[in-house]
Write a protein that binds this ligand. Structure first.
Ligand code: ATP
Length: 614
């Protein structure tokens, strides 16, 4: 049995390396190497981005957030017969839709957030009878939804938002389709009945779409009016004939006449009630609850009517920017994994969030409650997230962030976190989801935390799988979050700010693999030149190395695996507060010598001694 697994691994190793070499960037697949340990010996996941079956074959390729470029060579992947899940989300792949139907046994296909483009062939999904989840969001796909995708028999999740798909939305026959998102495309016409029970946000940003759950189509209203008019004319004509016949036959037909009238009455009521149905339903479910008194009121209809733009689809759901008529730009974030919490409990928690006020927290403005989904509404922050500044495409023209600004961001984040700790003294995870896309930057680059304190209302299984705090060593190993867990997320964020590298462990289900940012930084600063870990953009600030090095140590102490030795938040905040914010000249006077130390050697254990003593 062992021999079988090992020989399988060797074959798969060659196939995977072949695939790696077919990509135009692949540096993050650093351990994909035929001469090293095989990818799946004994069913363990030895290579980054792989999930193995117990028999040593490959089950999932999860190559997300790796800056991968090029086109996907499906012919190579066809040689992995047990491959069931393929994810290339958040990379820079280009070109047409890969020929995925060659992977006929695939169950899950995730291609969101790349640069795939063009029409998808009508038969692109033919024969994919096992396919369940298809995520194509935020690419540049055009044309209609291919017929073969509509006919995939087991489809349960389809995410198409943020493309340029057009035409009418087709009727989806699958009974188990429970996630559908077509927002931010060019779809037009009436929403088919099979999709009418999805939330309005699934259809936002398609100006030509109408019908339940969006407001009724004008043309169908017109049609209704025409039908009513025809019925009225017909009834009047019929009545005239009946009256005429009555008079002529000298029979008492009053009853018949009344009966005809009554029928007309019913018809009219039906027409009215179906009109009211749409509006009335939207009115009931469209109630936004405002949690602050200092804000102008608007309702969900205003948001739906507003011009909407998909900002991104995160792991909870999608976020939209909606610019209200004559009003401000708001962000509506859709949460789909909050169904276990009771209605009152949810309202109560939202009230608590609404009562928070701190310069480093993005305030919650309003929310919307429905059993199956919730919407949280906040202000749109024009300058975007820290993630977009650190990792966004340079072509977007965003300026690089210098060291003094990065230090100010870290200090602001620490203050916001300290406030949450004070306000939620009994919560294990007062933030729970601290990461760079949840740190927004205002016009002066002051940080604003978002998506905070949501653990009490997110379904437990979802938070465990998805939220950043649960990627910490204590959660991924023994599922025990505690008051030091957010400190670990803070440490990762600090290392991300200093290195400019994306922390992979958010995305690899946090099994404490070797690839996490903290482990990488640790190995580099101890074994090589410490200077190599720092983001070169930041190094344009002269003579900042002393404080920079101190922040690196703070980050690493926050990422300490051993909980006993890891700082609590108070200690971390105090150390961060001590860091000096000086202008460049001051740096050059005070830290030149320390800067030389930093650039000429690796750190030793002594450098970290303050983590234990203080
Ligand atoms: N209020 C806001 N103003 C401006 N940009 C925002 C705002 N809220 C979110 N964003 C940005 O919109 C994008 C999508 O956000 P969203 O919160 O849906 O996903 P995420 O932060 O990437 O992941 P997660 O669902 O895990 O929080 C992100 O780039 C985020 O930084």
């Amino acid at each position: 049995c062992h021999f079988f697994a090992a020989s399988h691994g060797a074959t798969d190793a060659a196939i995977l390396v072949n695939f790696k070499n077919s990509l135009s960037t692949n540096s993050l697949l650093y351990d994909w190497n035929v001469s090293g340990i095989p990818p799946c010996t004994g069913g363990s996941d030895n290579w980054v981005g792989l999930r193995c079956n117990d028999d040593g074959t490959i089950d999932k390729l999860l190559l997300e957030n790796m800056g991968l470029k090029g086109t996907i060579d499906v012919d190579i992947l066809m040689q992995l017969p047990k491959l069931r899940t393929l994810s290339f989300m958040n990379n820079s792949f280009e070109g047409p839709m890969p020929e995925v139907k060659k992977l006929a046994s695939l169950r899950n296909l995730y291609l969101s957030n790349n640069n795939f483009s063009g029409k998808i062939d009508k038969d692109a999904f033919d024969g994919m009878n096992s396919l369940k989840e298809v995520f194509l969001a935020h690419n540049e796909f055009t044309g209609e939804i291919p017929r073969s995708l509509v006919l995939v028999p087991k489809l349960t999740k389809l995410s198409l938002e943020g493309n340029q798909f057009g035409g009418n939305l087709p009727d989806f026959p699958q009974e188990n389709l429970d996630v559908f998102n077509a927002a931010g495309n060019n779809f037009k016409g009436q929403i088919p009945t099979s999709l009418a029970d999805f939330s309005p946000s699934s259809f936002a940003g398609n100006p030509g779409l109408c019908g339940k759950p969006l407001p009724a189509c004008k043309s169908s209203r017109k049609k209704t009016v025409v039908i009513i008019a025809v019925v009225v004319v017909a009834v009047v004509a019929l009545s005239a004939i009946v009256v005429f016949a009555c008079i002529h036959s000298r029979q008492n037909k009053t009853l018949k006449f009344k009966g005809t009238k009554k029928k007309f009455g019913d018809g009219k009521r039906e027409a009215q009630s179906s009109d009211q149905f749409g509006d009335g339903k939207m009115g009931d479910s469209g109630q936004l609850h405002f949690v602050r008194h200092d804000r102008d009121r608007f309702d969900l209809q205003d948001l739906l009517r507003a011009s909407a733009e998909v900002l991104g689809s995160g792991i909870f759901g999608s976020s939209y920017k909606a610019v209200l008529l004559d009003g401000p730009a708001m962000v509506v974030k859709r949460f789909r994994h909050m169904s276990s919490v009771g209605k009152e409990e949810f309202h109560e928690h939202m009230r608590k969030l609404g009562a928070l006020s701190h310069p480093n927290l993005l305030p919650l403005v309003a929310y919307y409650y429905r059993k199956e989904e919730k919407l949280l509404v906040s202000d749109f922050i024009e300058n975007g997230s820290l993630a977009s500044h650190l990792h966004g495409k340079r072509s977007t023209g965003k300026p690089w962030i210098d060291w003094p600004t990065r230090l100010r961001i870290v200090k602001g984040v620490a203050k916001g976190l300290a406030y949450l700790y004070k306000e939620f003294p009994t919560l294990a995870l007062p933030h729970g989801h601290l990461k760079s896309s949840n740190v927004l930057l205002d016009d002066t680059f002051e940080p604003l935390l978002t998506d905070y304190a949501l653990v009490p209302v997110v379904n437990k299984d979802h938070s465990q799988r998805i939220m950043v705090a649960y990627k910490s060593p204590e959660c991924s190993q023994s599922d025990r979050p505690n008051r030091k867990t957010d400190v670990w997320s803070l440490g990762i964020l600090i290392l991300e700010i200093l290195t400019g590298k994306f922390p992979e462990n958010y995305l690899t289900q946090g099994k404490g693999g070797d690839a996490d940012l903290a482990t990488w930084v640790n190995s580099v600063v101890r074994e090589e030149w410490t200077g190599e870990v720092f983001d070169m953009d930041m190094m344009r600030t002269k003579n900042c190395e002393g404080e920079l090095l101190k922040l690196l140590k703070i980050g690493m102490c926050c990422c300490e695996w051993n909980l006993e030795r890891r700082w609590d938040l108070k200690e971390a905040v105090a150390k961060i507060e001590e860091l000096k914010e000086r202008d460049n000249d001051d740096f050059s006077n005070s830290y030149a010598s320390e800067g030389e130390v930093y650039s000429s050697r690796a750190l030793t254990d002594d450098d970290f001694s303050f983590s234990v003593n203080s």
